[in-house]
Design a protein around this ligand. Structure first.
Ligand code: SAM
Length: 372
């Protein structure tokens, strides 16, 4: 027989500002079984088996079955556990802010998943031999939208990040002058602007794969949900973990009923978003002491990703400040060993993604895009 299994697990980030991975594995997850591959996590999903897998890419991240609900647990309610998709964990991890380096700007911060992740990494870096006992800088978190600013403030508090994070509520990032005193010491920026959301997947009934099981296993396929095209590997990269309403963002981001959107409408929408994203990226590049920027979206459209980066690199500010794309071999953490990423055949993928030992994704070559 065969049954549908979800394509995506649920991802739980252990918030090291409040707890440790070991503490959680010995506490909240003590009765859960550790499994060696994601496949087992995915297969467990519908039966709600209590299994987990510690991720090998992002520190302090575990995958649990998508049917598992931890939102009623004390650990979740007290901000020790944060439901945050793996793709959403890469930006802060790659920015890798270190104590003693200066301040960090999170330009588009609400609801604060990446802000609190940055705070956790920064706090941990204090114990790192590279930085010794250096003083961590502060994290300046801008959010333009008023209601979302409140959510951000709540999340920062709940996660125990209020000491390092300065929330700039209702702050349009493009109106924060790079010449402002608060910007003088900003060494790193994370830019995660509103986007088309086209890379968000993850409602399980809409996104499942069929696996073949021994014939004794009952068919537990629910048959629920609309039929959808199988997402491309690239689409699968930016998965959206529950719970709602945290990660899904502003109106312009809500993916329209894509079946109804004409190609022209999509092109126009992407052009608008890309112009906005470029404006923000160029603004980030103007911060005088900045050394690193991580730009991320939840989109699989090259228009919002590589094309924005390439356009920004061609801008005057990029040339003046000598911004360039980091080469893989220069990367200290993260994607250094990942040879699969990027753009081909009109599909953009920021990173490769491993499923059952098989690397998914496509090569990136920003130069190639620039020349196109
Ligand atoms: N980084 C967030 C996280 O990981 O939790 C998600 C950010 S969401 C994709 C984009 C956010 O940027 C939205 O909350 C939106 O209101 C905000 N935003 C849009 N334009 C902005 C601007 N010019 N300045 C500051 N924030 C902006």
């Amino acid at each position: 027989g065969s049954r549908k299994v979800p394509r995506h697990p649920r991802w739980v980030r252990i918030n090291t500002l409040k707890t440790t991975l070991d503490e959680q594995l010995a506490g909240k997850f003590a009765e859960w079984q550790s499994v060696p591959t994601l496949r087992e996590v995915l297969q467990a999903a519908s039966s709600r088996e209590q299994v987990y897998r510690v991720d090998e890419h992002i520190p302090n991240l575990i995958a649990i079955p998508s049917g598992a609900d931890i939102t009623t647990s004390v650990a979740y309610r007290t901000g020790q556990l944060i439901l945050q998709d793996i793709a959403s964990c890469f930006p802060a991890y790659l920015l890798d802010p270190q104590a003693g380096e200066g301040d960090v700007v999170d330009a588009c911060a609400a609801p604060g998943n990446k802000t609190t992740h940055l705070a956790a990494i920064l706090a941990e870096s204090r114990e790192h031999p590279r930085t010794g006992n250096a003083k961590p800088g502060k994290i300046i978190a801008c959010e333009k939208d008023a209601a979302r600013s409140e959510t951000l403030e709540k999340m920062v508090k709940l996660a125990g990040a209020a000491e390092v994070v300065t929330v700039k509520a209702k702050q349009d990032f493009t109106k924060l002058p790079p010449t402002a005193r608060v910007a003088a010491n900003v060494a790193a920026l994370l830019l995660d602007p509103s986007c088309s959301g086209s890379g968000m997947v993850g409602r399980d009934e809409e996104s499942s794969i069929t696996v073949h099981l021994p014939s004794t296993t009952p068919d537990v396929s629910t048959g629920r949900g609309k039929k959808r095209k199988r997402p491309t590997p690239a689409a699968a990269l930016k998965t959206l973990a529950a719970p709602p309403p945290m990660e899904r963002t502003t109106e312009e981001e809500l993916p329209p009923d894509s079946a109804d959107e004409t190609a022209e409408k999509l092109t126009a929408r992407l052009a608008n978003l890309a112009a906005f994203q470029l404006r923000l990226l160029e603004h980030a590049m103007a911060f005088p002491a900045a050394r690193r920027i991580v730009y991320s979206t939840c989109s699989i459209h090259a228009e919002e990703n590589e094309h924005v980066v390439v356009a920004a690199l061609r801008s005057q500010v990029a040339r003046e400040q000598e911004w360039r794309v980091l080469r893989r071999e220069e990367q200290v953490v993260g994607m250094r060993g990942w040879h699969l990423r990027g753009q081909r055949d009109g599909v953009a993928a920021a990173v490769g993604f491993e499923v059952d030992g098989e690397k998914k994704g496509v090569e990136v070559d920003v130069k190639e895009v620039a020349e196109a």
